[in-house]
Design a protein around this ligand. Structure first.
Ligand code: 5AD
Length: 350
């Protein structure tokens, strides 16, 4: 029976919630082997063995939010805060461009310093200087107006994980926030024509199969062009320090299912995946991931962008550091690609 369900999923890129729940709860090793083969073949069909590299710039770790799981939440007095200047951000891009990058991902905490005017100025400068590059922002919740202004300034993509569809748990994780707001932000991003990234953490406390299926359904309904999934990893200076981290196996299963539901999605083998296991990234690529986001942030601040314990940082600020990553990926049988790598979901001819 699992074989039939997996084959239906492969053909239709969808399943009823009931079947998804059944599959997650009952899949055995044989089933996983089949599922992973299928999800990998979908990645191969649309993207081949290409793995897109994105230059990640963690430009501020100031954050006004209260996310319990996150090491840079506003209440963590131990976090050593930093904020890059516009010039420093542009320097990271310059460095990245020399190495061949054509997507820059600017990620930061929700830092009030970076008002619309400031962000617009930064984005316009990058887009002007590096013609044809893509700019992705990952800077949290903002108003429709703000997303609109940023889009008009040239931002191509936006990453905003929905974190969990379980509204009660969402409230516990973010005591001052609502899932509803997060969802509206994602809908606004879609409406404004961003390639939009949602996603969730695996292994949150009290999580059930039904919750995972809710997350998968949310992503499918949103038609997210990008999906970030990684294990929750404990950070010792947060109020969740006593909750254990998520595991590799469940994360891999979720990545594979996302590829099956959205065959053309851009799916990173996340830093968190590479952090919980030294084989995490390979395992992700082997079930259908096709993006890696090496770090272009200045070396001296990197340790301070600590979302969770032992956060691995695949630095790529120098040619040598980048070569290590490229060699690793190519050793696994993939081909690194530094083109813009837009989502093929935009391209209806395929
Ligand atoms: N473990 C794993 N992922 C985390 N994130 C934040 N804190 C943690 C953690 N402790 C993820 C969230 C957020 C993204 C930027 O990082 O999903 O959206």
């Amino acid at each position: 029976i699992q074989k039939i369900i997996i084959e239906t999923l492969y053909k239709e890129h969808d399943l009823s919630d009931k079947d998804l729940i059944w599959l997650i709860d009952n899949i055995d090793n044989k089933g996983k082997k089949l599922l992973f083969e299928k999800s990998k073949s979908l990645r191969d069909k649309y993207y081949g063995k290409k793995v897109y590299l994105r230059g990640l710039i963690e430009f501020t770790n100031y954050c006004k939010r209260e996310c319990r799981y996150c090491g840079i939440n506003a209440y963590n007095k131990k976090a050593v805060r930093y904020r890059l200047t516009k010039e420093e951000i542009l320097e990271c891009c310059e460095n990245g461009r020399k190495l061949g990058y054509s997507t820059f991902v600017l990620q930061g905490g929700e830092d009030s310093y970076f008002k619309d005017e400031v962000m617009v100025d930064i984005v316009k400068s990058i887009k002007k200087k590096y013609k044809g590059c893509a700019v992705t922002l990952s800077i949290g919740e903002r108003s429709y107006e703000s997303y609109k202004v940023l889009r008009e300034a040239g931002v191509d993509r936006f990453l905003l994980r929905h974190e969990t569809v379980n509204e009660e748990l969402y409230r516990w994780l973010h005591p001052k926030s609502k899932f509803e707001t997060r969802k509206n932000c994602l809908l606004n991003l879609k409406k404004l024509g961003y390639q939009t990234g949602a996603g969730f953490m695996v292994g949150l406390p009290w999580y059930t199969t039904k919750d995972y299926v809710g997350d998968l359904r949310f992503i499918k309904n949103l038609q997210a062009e990008m999906v970030g999934i990684g294990p929750y990893i404990t950070h010792e200076d947060t109020s969740m320090k006593d909750y254990k981290s998520g595991d590799l196996e469940t994360t891999i299963l979720m990545l594979s299912l996302v590829r099956m539901l959205l065959p053309k999605v851009l799916l990173p083998a996340t830093t968190a995946l590479g952090t919980i296991s030294k084989d995490g990234r390979k395992a992700g690529l082997d079930v259908g991931c096709n993006v890696i986001m090496p770090n272009l942030s200045p070396e001296n601040h990197r340790k301070d962008y600590s979302l969770y314990n032992n956060k691995k940082s695949s630095g790529s600020e120098s040619a040598q550091a980048l070569k290590l990553i490229v060699d690793e990926i190519e050793k696994y049988g993939y081909k690194c690609d530094m083109a813009r790598g837009d989502s093929k979901m935009l391209d209806s001819s395929i």
